[in-house]
Design a protein around this ligand. Structure first.
Ligand SMILES: Nc1nc2c(c(=O)[nH]1)N[C@H]1C(S)=C(S)[C@@H](COP(=O)(O)OP(=O)(O)OC[C@H]3O[C@@H](n4cnc5c(N)ncnc54)[C@H](O)[C@@H]3O)O[C@H]1N2
Ligand code: MOO
Length: 404
């Protein structure tokens, strides 16, 4: 058996980030930036008014109330604003460029003018003095050209995209969303919601893996369930390869007589035993020199654990992100037993009981057995117990691998 770290290393050594692609900003939502984004435009791009009102020299209204002749109008979008002559005012709208000569804006509410669409008055009475800079938004107040607006690796959400557009960008260099094939195996599987009949069970791994893939920021390509027929499995994999960037299979990797994934792929990917529980039998390789394949054991809890410990780091690498997440700490709320010589990953529920670290209890009352799939619904994280520990007592510190 090899250690968890040795296996992770051997996987990550063979996974490369997908080549970045330049896409229109509107298509970049939910993707990760592949380079730093620096401002082309200042934000705001020009000095402008924060209020509808009148642009003035603050010194000219210090003795308010005072009447000033109105020299012109500056709506938003104006390209040639009229200058404010000494002792005069120019009507201005929110977002319009501050005219030359002005150093402050008097909101319309502080004048004798009614708000709204009115004809340009010949003069305006300013009823209150304003300070230099009042209601003026200065060019480059937020960012200046050349400033870094977003760092490489940033997950692009609504606010990041609006920042990029404001700073002058129409396209962004992103990591494409990896397309991940999801393939379940086993003669015993039947589709969701159908009557399994004797000896058969619902294929819950397909939705489990597809959901985990999506939660990892990738696009699942669900290939369905294949029975214990290595030739059929090879055909399905061959047909899927051109359209996917990674493949996750479940089941058929142990030592049974019908271990279909092993039978179909053993000449192209390696199978090994990792010192972890669950998730001991694992297969990994790269098909067509391009597509990493994770062959996970079939037990649903093994799938969940193997995904977070081995697949998720690989997908983060495809996305150009740091592969490993830092391990947090927690305290056991109850006692449980651990397998000697294997690192244990236990799906747990977090309890906020006011102690120094979060307390955790196994999500399944039945212990950590890898077939207890319904209990997974309550799990929020994995407790991680070292290889040399054979029992956890209440209050013991354990590792905590969170996925949200
Ligand atoms: N003699 C030995 N037997 C087993 C060993 C061993 O070392 N020696 N290892 C055990 C361990 S640990 C695991 S884990 C499993 C792994 O077996 P496979 O990867 O070959 O998985 P299967 O046999 O195909 O399935 C295991 C289990 O999971 C259920 N399953 C499979 N696919 C699905 C699915 N899509 N949805 C829901 N459930 C699924 C399947 O019915 C089995 O119950 O091997 C042990 N045996
Ligand atoms: O290692 Mo298996 O994955 O115990 O259930």
């Amino acid at each position: 058996m090899i250690t968890v770290e040795e296996y992770q290393e051997s996987v990550l050594a063979r996974v490369e980030p997908l080549a970045p692609r330049r896409v229109p900003v509107a298509q970049a939502h939910g993707l990760h930036l592949a380079e730093d984004v620096t401002a082309v435009l200042a934000v705001p791009p020009f000095t402008n008014s924060a209020m509808d009102g009148f642009a003035v020299r603050a010194a000219d209204v210090s003795g308010a109330p005072v009447s000033l002749p109105v020299a012109g109008d500056v709506p938003a979008g104006t390209t040639h604003p009229v200058a404010v002559p000494p002792g005069g005012a120019v009507r201005i709208m929110t977002g319009a460029p501050l005219p030359a000569g002005a150093d402050a804006v008097v909101p319309v509410e502080l004048t004798d003018q009614p708000p709204g669409a009115v004809v340009l008055p010949p003069a305006v009475e300013v009823r209150r003095a304003v300070a230099v800079g009042a209601h003026v938004r200065s060019a480059g107040e937020d960012v200046r050209p050349g400033d870094t607006v977003l760092a490489a690796g940033t997950l692009l959400g609504a606010t990041q995209l609006s920042a990029a557009v404001s700073a002058g960008h129409g396209e962004l260099l992103v990591r494409p969303r990896p397309r991940v094939g999801v393939l379940a195996t086993g003669d015993e599987l039947c589709p969701p919601g159908t009557d399994p009949g004797p000896g058969r069970i619902p294929d819950s791994n397909s939705v489990l893996v597809a959901g985990l893939v999506r939660e990892a920021g990738c696009e699942p390509v669900v290939l369905g369930a294949v029975g214990d027929d290595p030739e059929r499995l090879s055909e399905v994999v061959a047909a899927a390869l051109p359209g996917i960037d990674a493949l996750v299979t479940s089941g058929g990797v142990s030592v049974g007589t019908k271990d279909v994934v092993k039978a179909a792929l053993a000449d192209r990917i390696g199978f090994t035993k990792v010192a972890m529980q669950p998730g001991k039998p694992q297969g990994f390789g790269v098909l067509d020199g391009r597509v990493p394949v994770f062959a996970l054991p079939g037990n649903p809890v093994s799938v969940l654990v193997s995904f977070h410990v081995h697949v998720a780091p690989g997908l983060r690498r495809l996305l150009g992100l740091p592969a490993r997440l830092p391990l947090a700490r927690a305290r056991a709320a109850v006692a449980w037993r651990c397998p000697a010589g294997r690192r244990q990953f236990v799906p747990v529920v977090l309890e906020d009981d006011g102690v120094d670290l979060p307390s955790v209890r196994p999500a399944s009352a039945g212990g950590s057995a890898s077939h207890l799939v319904a209990s997974l619904a309550a799990a929020e994280a994995l407790a991680v117990v070292a290889e040399d520990v054979d029992a956890v007592a209440p209050g013991d510190e354990v590792g905590l691998l969170r996925w949200s």
